[in-house]
Design a protein around this ligand. Structure first.
Ligand SMILES: C[S@@+](CC[C@H](N)C(=O)[O-])C[C@H]1O[C@@H](n2cnc3c(N)ncnc32)[C@H](O)[C@@H]1O
Length: 355
């Protein structure tokens, strides 16, 4: 028997040359205890300049072991099975190479709900929770003004989430408003498939109609709007022409609330993004155009067409989006324009009411 530290245990014959995992231990030679694996993972991620490296190593270890935190800290000396150790060190290597932790574990929490995430969808961000807060506050205020109880289950409400991605906005609102109905659109069919699974996971799928659509273009909103192109996704060259038609009086508005976190990063900012974002999150979810705010004009015009009088628009903004987007609401269609800052003091949510 070789003289090994107690936390390492021989489980296989020595590996062949080159059969070494990326953190420098023999790929199939040893298994190790929980504490050692955790420390090795932390060291590798720190060396690779991974942000929040301790948390990332912990989440990946929990994921590889299929355990929770309580178990992890109660069993530091438990020997990890070879397969689990292999899976963990593979995940550590992928995280060190830039893959976001959430794509490796396949999940992210949002509004205290767990969402499946894949590389087809943006990882939900904490700042998007302000969209939910503003939407719920504005709906409650509307109820109050109408003399109804402020806290409602959303009976009769029709809500749209544009660019739904993982479905986090529609699904969070659906759990808060258990009697409301939803449209959730995305230009990406792959994202919609993830959103649909998330809706099933949270038992709200029967109230959310998922629709592949360029913004609200394929959302039906009255007979006069059933244009021949409805349901198709125009290419980017034709999109602006198709969506910027003036609002006409014969259209039938549909929604009480339109919420959206559209892509808002400028392509010119691409090179300065963290590699986790630039190289792994879907570009259709990130980039709104060269400057970043290009989609808002169409989105606001479309929303005005689809909102009832008194309907509410809630939009997430990029870190420098306010000066470009707020003026788009300075038209006779909108009133009660308000801006909400995020926890970092950045103007993050723009809301308005349809006149
Ligand atoms: C910033 S992500 C937001 C995802 C999710 N709502 C969230 O908050 O995490 C933007 C989403 O809009 C979708 N998207 C991009 N362009 C679109 C368009 N023209 N019409 C509809 N959806 C679009 C992307 O596929 C992506 O899922």
């Amino acid at each position: 028997m070789e003289n090994r530290p107690p936390h390492l245990e021989r489980v296989r014959a020595p590996p062949s040359a080159g059969d070494v995992n990326p953190i420098g231990t023999a790929r199939t030679l040893v298994s190790c205890d929980v504490r050692t694996a955790f420390k090795m993972g932390i060291a590798r991620l720190r060396e690779a300049d991974v942000p929040s490296f301790t948390l990332a190593a912990e989440l990946l270890l929990l994921h590889a072991l299929g355990r929770n935190r309580t178990w992890l800290y109660a069993h530091p000396e438990e020997i990890i099975a070879e397969g689990d150790a292999q899976r963990y060190f593979d995940l550590i290597a992928r995280r060190a190479a830039g893959e976001p932790t959430q794509y490796l574990t396949g999940k992210q929490e949002f509004w205290e709900l767990e969402f499946e995430v894949t590389p087809d969808v943006l990882i939900p961000r904490p700042e998007t929770e302000h969209v939910i807060e503003v939407a719920l506050d504005r709906l409650a205020l509307r109820e109050l003004r109408a003399g109804r109880p402020q806290k409602s289950a959303g009976q009769g409400l029709q809500i749209a989430d544009i660019g739904t991605g993982s479905g986090c906005i529609a699904i969070a609102l659906a759990t808060e408003l258990p009697a409301a109905n939803f449209y959730a659109t995305d230009i990406s069919p792959a994202a919609l498939a993830v959103a649909q699974r998330n809706a099933q996971r949270h038992a709200v799928a029967d109230r959310i109609h998922f629709l592949e659509s360029n913004l609200l273009y394929a959302v039906p909103a009255g007979a006069q709007q059933a244009a021949p192109q409805r349901g198709k996704i125009p290419n980017s060259a034709s999109r602006v022409d198709l969506l910027q038609s003036p609002i006409t009086s014969h259209q039938s508005p549909l929604f009480d609330l339109v919420a959206s976190n559209p892509p808002y990063i400028g392509r010119r900012e691409g090179p300065s993004l963290p590699r986790e974002v630039r190289d792994h999150e879907p570009h259709a979810a990130l980039f709104g155009g060269e400057e970043g705010y290009e989609l808002y004009a169409d989105l606001i015009t479309q929303s005005a067409q689809h909102l009832k009088p008194g309907g509410i628009l809630v939009l997430e903004l990029g870190h420098n989006g306010l000066p470009a987007v707020q003026p788009l609401l300075e038209t006779p269609h909108w009133t009660s324009v308000g801006v909400t800052n995020d926890l970092a003091g950045i103007p993050r949510v723009l809301a308005a009411e349809r006149l």
